[in-house]
Design a protein around this ligand. Structure first.
Ligand SMILES: Nc1ncnc2c1ncn2[C@@H]1O[C@H](COP(=O)(O)OP(=O)(O)OP(=O)(O)O)[C@@H](O)[C@H]1O
Ligand SMILES: [Mg+2]
Length: 532
């Protein structure tokens, strides 16, 4: 042992002496070449290969760096004697990773590798459109030369898949939103994130149980459909349109979907996006296993602004139809359609697009077609089954705990009352400490609402207008669409009752709904003819 130390000390002495000699004897250029040759010589005889993974490559964030960091934070790698512990704001879990400039050994299928986390201060700010972090961070991986090919072949794939698994299972999932005016953070990300904590699940979601089971099975099929989508030559994505009155659970449904599939949510605020190009860039920065949400789509964008050319291009699957609009510096419907369905939508996989609206009739039919929005889910007023779920959520009562007569009364009035789950929840939350009072109040309110609605329904002349009071052009429009729309008198009455205090609005909404239904039916008819 003593001999070994003596040899090492003399070697160090020789090295130090050589360096001094080099510095004095050789000019800088030659010195540089000499050092390079010396390193090549050393590398040639060294039994190891090294891989450097820097945090930022050029101006882009290196995804592999994040994956390695997460992977090394898993329990199997706590062999390092110095770890950094962190806990994000509002996060429940602690994350640990190797401390700066420390090493850690990992074993992959019997092969030993050594990781080092290298952190150095950034010396000069190279020119960049955004500020770079103050320190350079990176991982260096040392492997034996004989294992190099094996490690390159499978270790990095293993790390990437393990990292996404760890993030989904152990860490809090994330809720992203796009930064204001499309600005990027210092790591080049246009999305800001917070831990996703919404407690809504399919169990607590009040809706028709058959419809719920259908959605859950569709989601399961989607998540397990990797091979199917590949075989069918389709991009692995699915679109949902959730529509219905405010307070019927559209946002709660999105949270339930994310919790069910353990996906992240990207909540896209369209009003903060200036151009179609920016929208595309946002899409490129979303990760797999995520739900991309655009809420209140009818309020976020002018949905009727496409030109004839736009429309033809979309039907032909042409991706370049937004150039003109890009020049106008505004986001357009065709940009949005390409976002969900164009060539760029394939730049990730396993993603679900969810749009919500209170007014489906205002949406452009191109947005609704299958492939873009594969499933249309109508979130409606409380039915008896939804009511029972809400009572269980808030009061902890099941059907067995409740009086049969009360159940019968509730069942009789709940549908006619047309109360949203949000309205019902309010009554239950308010009285949650006194179950009997909560149920009593619920029966009262539902019965009152049901009586009111019944009374309104019985009034046959909703607006009191005759043909003579109405605009000829509107009458012409109504005449044109009413038969094709195939709406029942009850449906029409609904629209009129709702808007009975504002006649102009009632007629306008009637024209919109009838035209929408007529277009939908026309489309269905054409599809049937094509199939036949
Ligand atoms: N179907 C439902 N099941 C359980 N809770 C619901 C449901 N619908 C509404 N709620 C309750 O009402 C509140 C509002 O619901 P939510 O935000 O999901 O409605 P929304 O349809 O998205 O409304 P908006 O159209 O205004 O965005 C929720 O916090 C939830 O507690
Ligand atoms: Mg909502």
């Amino acid at each position: 042992m003593k001999e070994l130390w003596t040899t090492m000390a003399s070697l160090m002495g020789v090295l130090a002496f050589s360096q001094t000699l080099l510095n004095t004897l050789l000019p800088p250029n030659l010195r540089f070449i000499f050092i390079k040759l010396f390193h090549t010589f050393l590398n040639y005889f060294s039994p190891y290969s090294y891989f450097d993974i820097t945090e930022i490559e050029g101006v882009n964030t290196n995804e592999l760096y994040n994956a390695v960091q997460l992977y090394l934070s898993s329990t199997s790698t706590t062999s390092s004697n110095r770890l950094s512990l962190t806990r994000g704001l509002n996060s429940t879990s602690i994350t640990y990773t190797i401390s700066h400039n420390h090493r850690l050994t990992d074993v992959f299928k019997g092969v030993y590798v050594v990781w080092e986390h290298i952190v150095t201060p950034r010396q000069t700010q190279t020119f960049s459109w955004r500020a770079l972090p103050e320190e350079k961070r990176g991982f260096s991986l040392r492997v034996h030369k004989r294992d190099k090919d094996f490690i390159l072949g499978s270790y990095f794939d293993y790390i990437s898949s393990k990292a996404s698994e760890i993030r989904r299972k152990k860490e809090d999932r994330l809720l992203y939103t796009n930064s204001k005016n499309g600005s990027l953070d210092s790591r080049g990300q246009p999305w800001e994130s917070v831990p996703f904590k919404h407690p809504s699940t399919f169990e607590t979601l009040a809706m028709d149980p058959t419809k719920k089971a259908e959605i859950m099975s569709d989601l399961r099929d989607f998540a397990e459909g990797s091979a199917f989508y590949k075989r069918a030559g389709r991009v692995w994505k699915r679109g949902y349109l959730l529509y219905g009155p405010p307070g019927t659970g559209k946002s709660s449904m999105i949270a339930a979907m994310a919790n069910y599939l353990e996906y992240d949510i990207y909540d896209l605020e369209l009003t903060e996006v200036q151009t179609n190009l920016e929208l595309r860039k946002l899409l490129m920065k979303t990760s797999s296993k995520s739900i991309i949400v655009i809420e209140d789509i009818d309020c976020s964008i002018n949905l009727k602004n496409r030109t004839e050319i736009d429309f033809t291009n979309i039907l032909n699957g042409n991706d370049n139809n937004d150039n003109d609009n890009d020049n106008n510096n505004s986001i357009t419907l065709s940009g949005l359609l390409n976002f969900t369905d164009g060539l760029w939508s394939s730049c990730g996989s396993e993603r679900i697009f969810v749009f919500t609206t209170n007014h489906i009739e205002k949406l452009d039919p191109a947005l609704l077609r299958s492939g873009r929005m594969d499933m249309h889910v109508f979130m409606s007023y409380c039915c008896f089954e939804s009511l029972l779920i809400l009572i269980k959520n808030y009061l902890g009562c099941t059907v067995n705990d409740m009086d049969t007569e009360i159940l019968r009364q509730l069942e009789k009035v709940v549908c006619v009352a047309e109360m949203t789950p949000a309205d019902v929840s309010e009554v239950l939350i308010k009285n949650r400490r006194d179950k009997a009072k909560a149920i009593r109040e619920l029966v009262e309110i539902l019965s009152f609402r049901a009586r009111e609605n019944e009374k309104l329904r019985r009034e046959r002349n909703y607006l009191g207008c005759t043909v003579n009071d109405m605009d000829t052009e509107i009458l012409r429009q109504l005449e044109k669409v009413v038969c094709v729309a195939e709406m029942t008198p009850a449906d029409v009455s609904e629209v009129l009752i709702k808007n009975r205090r504002d006649k102009a609005k009632a007629i306008r909404e009637l024209v919109e709904i009838l035209s929408f239904r007529a277009r939908e039916n026309e489309k269905l008819r054409r599809e049937r003819v094509a199939v036949a």
